[in-house]
Design a protein around this ligand. Sequence first.
Ligand code: NAD
Length: 447
Amino acid sequence: MYESIYAKQKQFYQSGKSKGIKFRKNALKQLKRGIKYYEHELSEAMLNDFNKQKTDTYMTEIGIVYNEINHAVKHLDEWAESKKVKTPITHFGSKSTIYKEPYGVTLIIAPWNYPFNLTISPLIGAISAGNTAVLKPSEHTPAVAEVISKIMESVFPVEHIAAVEGGVETNQALLRLPFDYIFYTGSSHVGKIVMKNAAENLVPVTLELGGKSPAIVTKNADLKLAAKRIVWAKFSNAGQTCVAPDFVYAEKSIKDALVYHIKYYTYKFYHKDFINGKYMSIVNNDHFERIRGLIEGDIVYGGGLRPEDRTIEPTVIDNAEFDHPAMQEEIFGPVLPVLSFENLDKAILDIRDMLDPLALYVFTEKKTEAESVITKVPFGGGAVNDAMYHLATPYLPFGGRGNSGMGKYHGKYSFDTFTHEKSILKQTTLFDIPFRYPNLKVFQKLI
Ligand code: NAD
C-alpha cells in the first residue's frame, strides 16, 4: 500500500505539476480552506485525545498553522526565484545562478504533543517548495490523526499529499522506501533510528528532537515576570512541549523569592482548571506512570493526580539536585524542578556538561549576563526574559543541535529545508581563456 502511494507520488512529481508556483499557492490556499472546514472536528478530536481545550487548540495548533500558510503564500514568489550570485574573476565571462529545486517525494513523521501543528507546519514547507508529501501523524493521538487524514483526502489527490495512519510498524515500512527527504519530529531515541534508515538510501533528514531545556534566572531578573512566563511556558499543554522549560536553574540568593512567585502563578493560572477537569491530560498511561515516578523530594506545589483522566497537577519541586530522578531524562510533563547555583559561570559550565538542549531561556536585566549565556552554551534557540515564544515567529529558524536535532524550519527556513539549491555556472562561448588547459602556452592569444 505504501509502495503504491510512493510510486504514485514519484510519478506525479516527475510530471512537474507540483513545481508550478501557481499550483503551490493554490495548494496552500486549499489546505487552509480544508482546515477551516474541519476546525470544529479538529477541536473535538483534541478534546478526545487528551482534553486539550478549544482556545489552546486554536492558539497553538490551528492559528499558528494559518499564520504559516499566509506567510508562505505571501512570500513564495520571492523565495522560489532563482538567485544570481557573484562570479570570481578567475571565471571571467561566466555567470552564476542558484536554482531552487524541490527534493521530490518527501516523508513527514510527526509526534503527538502538538499533533496537528507539528504535522502541518512542515507540510507547508514541503508544498511551498514544490514537493509531494506522505504524512505520518502520531498513533498516540488517533482522533487527530483521523481528522488530518480527512482534511488531506478532501483537499489533495494522494499522488500529491497523502496521510498514512498507523504506529511503529507503519513508520518502519515507510522508512524503508527511498524518499527524497525525511522530516522527523519526535524523541532523540527514534531520531537515531530514522537517521540510520535514511542512511541506507542516503536520504537527507531534518530531525526535530527534544532534550532538557533550562530556564536560568539570575539575581538581576524581574522575578515576578520571570516566574509568570516560566509557569505559562512550562505548564501549557501539561508540560508536553518540546521547548517547555524543563527545569529552573536559579541564583541562590533569589531562588526562594522566585519559587514564591512560581507557586503564586501556578495556582492563579492552573488551579481552577485542574480542579474542574479542564487541565490537559497526559497523552497515555505509560507517560502518566513515567511522569508520576518523577514526583518526589521537596514538593512545594501540586503533586495531585487524577488517574481516571490521566491528569497530573502542575507540580513544583524545590531544592532539586542534578541527581534527582526528574533530572535524568526530558520530563515532558507538568513537573518543574528548581535547582540553584552560586554563580553564573559555574551554572554555564553545568549546562554545558549536559546534552545540547533544544531551547534555553535566560532571565536577567543585565545584557552582559544574557550574552554570556547565549555565547557560551550550545543550544538550539531560545529567549531572553521569555520562554517558548521564540518558536511562534516565522522570521526565526527553529531547530536543535546535537542531541536536540539537526536542521531548521518555520517561515522561509521551511521552504529552504525542502529545497535543493542547484548551482549553475553559465559559461560564455564567445572566448575561451587558455590557462586551465595543459600544454598550452599561457601567453598564447585567446581563441
Ligand atoms: P516518538 O519519537 O516516540 O514518536 C514519534 C514518531 O516516531 C511516531 O509517529 C512513532 O510512530 C514513531 N516511532 C516510534 N518508535 C519508532 C520506532 N522504533 N521506529 C520507527 N518509528 C518509531 O516521539 P513522541 O513521544 O511522539 O514525542 C516526544 C518527543 O518529541 C520529545 O522528546 C519531544 O521533545 C520531541 N519533540 C520535539 C519537537 C521539536 O520540534 N524539536 C517537537 C515536539 C516534540
